[in-house]
Design a protein around this ligand. Structure first.
Ligand code: PMP
Length: 363
């Protein structure tokens, strides 16, 4: 059988090694005679696993002890509500940076709870989409509760690689499709959140990293308990039953990152994979990527074929040889190769080989 490479944007492929451990332990976890799926989240063994997972994550992401690491339900979209519900205090305004589908969706959802000031930072320069440098963002003065932005727009393949370095501003980042893909300086953020189903683990669990002093905010709206950061913190992220299997698998992924050279190594690999793919696109007029070099995502490589009528054939033929889920999001169409941490360089090489042959055949 052909080796399958899965380029899905999420739920995305998981490291093979992780899947094999989960398979081996599935029926009898830690020799307890039961599956982890059947264990109480209040059992000592499960609790110890959660503690260990947080310890490893803190280490690989270099999260200072002045930050809390929380897990909850509801995915990243749940956080679109949780952020204003937890962070709006006396000021009911917030700055939302608009770079694409997901950052705009967060802003729209926030309208239920606050007055978002939606700031467009996308420009077309030389026919390429470009994001203004952070220093040029027209933020409100100190009249907002927080600034929200998305460093990696999963659908359009647009990324902001520079980090915000504001002083005295509460910066919130939707890191759903870029978390754990490279080193970041946590101290540049007040809250980071991410749905798990790309670089963390399976769907069903959401990561929140929050500055501890923000847990003391006296917010004017009381968040639902399951989204209340303060309550989540006091209950070790177990106010209600967590998604136990997703948490366990995420733990295995954190271990996998740690055992594979940590984020330095992961970052280098991601650099190689994305460079190979973008170089292939740039070396021809057959494929097009319309994002400025500095804002190209290293996780979601989005491109079109100049003759768009070939998209369907490209997807059909690539699938036939084991290159799966390359269809662009319905919102914009085209092709999207999501190359998260678990995608090996070998998978990208196979895709590039296919692209070159496809161009020869139809170009
Ligand atoms: N933000 C970003 C950047 C995403 O990529 C996604 C999902 N692809 C979401 C938010 C929504 O995530 P969820 O489905 O976990 O709510």
């Amino acid at each position: 059988m052909n080796q399958i490479y899965n380029f899905s944007a999420g739920p995305a492929m998981l490291p093979k090694e992780v899947m094999l451990i989960a398979q081996k332990e599935f029926l009898n976890w830690k020799n307890l005679g039961v599956s982890i799926l059947e264990m109480s989240h209040r059992s000592e063994e499960f609790f110890n696993m959660t503690k260990k997972s947080i310890k490893i994550l803190r280490k690989i992401l270099n999260v200072p002890h002045s930050y809390e690491i929380l897990f909850c339900h509801g995915g990243a979209r749940g956080q679109f509500s949780a952020i204003p519900l937890n962070l709006i205090d006396k000021v009911t305004k917030a700055d939302y940076i608009n770079t694409g589908f997901w950052s705009l969706a967060a802003a729209i959802e926030s309208k239920k709870y606050c007055n978002p000031n939606i700031i467009n930072v996308k420009k077309i320069i030389n026919n390429k989409v470009s994001i203004l440098p952070i220093k040029d963002w027209l933020l409100s003065n100190n009249t907002v509760s927080y600034i929200h932005y998305c460093p990696n727009e999963t659908i359009e393949g647009i990324a902001i690689h520079e980090e915000p370095t504001f002083t005295n501003k509460i910066v919130v980042g939707d890191f759903s499709s870029t978390i754990l893909s490279r080193k970041i300086n946590i101290e540049n953020y007040s809250v980071i959140y991410a749905g798990a189903q790309k670089n963390i683990g399976p769907s069903g669990i959401t990561l929140i990293i929050i500055k501890k002093n923000l847990l003391k905010i006296s917010n004017i709206i009381k968040p639902p308990s399951i989204l209340d950061y303060n309550l989540l913190s006091k209950s070790n992220s177990m106010f209600n039953t967590p998604s136990t299997f997703s948490w366990y698998l995420s733990f295995l992924v954190f271990q996998w990152i740690q055992q594979n050279g940590g984020l330095s190594h992961i970052e280098q690999e991601n650099e190689k994979k994305s460079k190979l793919l973008y170089d292939t696109i740039d070396n021809t007029d057959f494929y097009i990527n319309n994002i400025s070099y500095k804002n190209r995502s290293k996780m979601n490589v989005v491109f079109n074929i100049f003759n768009t009528s070939l998209h369907k054939i490209f997807l059909k033929e690539s699938h036939k040889i084991g290159l799966h889920s390359l269809k662009g999001h319905n919102f914009i169409g085209g092709i999207r190769a999501s190359i998260y941490n678990a995608m090996p360089l070998k998978g990208v090489k196979k895709l590039v080989n296919f692209m070159l042959k496809f161009e020869k055949k139809y170009g």
